[in-house]
Design a protein around this ligand. Structure first.
Ligand code: PEP
Length: 252
């Protein structure tokens, strides 16, 4: 059976003290409200990964990085390699977030290399795809998502692919308060699962975890997660509030 995952992407938020406080609050909430059969993942800024790993020794959650270098170790000032992340016991790493594609010009080639690096070091990529507003309005959204997936992860072998989590994040829904309707999310998730089935077979498609991201919150998570092909969420803003994040994790 495929896993259900709720992952919190903290983006470039929180001071060290605030990160510590938020992790502590999440730990407290989890004591009385531990979600069943759901994997919780926290993706803090890289500077706080060690802090989060310390908390994860006591509390039931996994840790993800928000980014990884496309390069191996060496003279790449400011970069963090997949080997470094692996040496800090990272479970996951987000790749292809629309903010990285847009503000840092990350192309499909770069993203595909990042995915390879992570897999070489046993870290599961959470590979994000999603269309812009004008692409939805001009009915190009299936084609856009198809090419992002084909170019980013369909070069993988079956066994490599089995370690990838996909996140469908319509760009027009990220941080805007405009969530995709449960029907829109289901339609795209089913489409993605079909693409996986055509490429890797029905069994693999059935095992692939596909998350929804884009203004998912404590109020709308239940309806989104009740859709057949929605296996959880990648949560931005609402992951910065312990109560909301745990409510979302308990929304299956
Ligand atoms: C995200 O950035 O991955 C995201 C889903 O953000 P938000 O939940 O704030 O829309």
């Amino acid at each position: 059976m495929r896993s259900k995952i709720v992952a919190g992407n903290w983006k470039m938020n929180q001071t060290f003290e605030k990160a510590d406080e938020l992790l502590y609050q999440i730990g407290e909430k989890l004591e009385d409200n531990l979600p069943k059969n759901v994997e919780l993942v926290i993706c803090p800024p890289a500077l706080y990964l060690e802090l989060a790993t310390d908390f994860a020794q006591e509390i039931e959650f996994k840790i993800g990085a928000q980014n990884v270098s496309e390069y191996d170790n060496g003279a790449y000032t400011g970069e963090i390699s997949a080997q470094m992340l692996s040496s800090m016991d990272m479970d996951y790493c987000i790749v292809g977030h629309s903010e990285r594609r847009k503000y840092f010009g990350e192309s499909s080639d770069v993203l595909s290399t990042k995915v390879q690096r992570l897999l070489e070091y046993g870290i599961q990529p959470i590979f994000c795809v999603g269309e812009q507003l004008e692409e939805r309005e001009s009915n190009k959204y299936f084609d856009i998502v198809k090419s992002q997936i084909s170019e980013g992860i369909f070069n993988l072998s079956l066994s490599e692919f089995s370690n990838v989590v996909i996140a469908y994040e319509p760009v027009w829904a990220i941080g805007t308060g405009k969530t995709a309707s449960p029907e829109q999310a289901q339609e795209m998730h089913a489409y993605i699962r079909n693409l996986v089935s055509d490429k890797y077979g029905v069994e693999m498609a059935d095992e692939t975890t596909i998350l929804y991201g884009g203004s998912c919150n404590a109020k709308n998570a239940k309806e989104l997660f009740s859709q057949t092909d929605v296996d959880g969420g990648l949560i931005g803003g609402a992951a910065l509030n312990a109560e909301d994040f745990i409510t979302i994790a308990n929304s299956f």
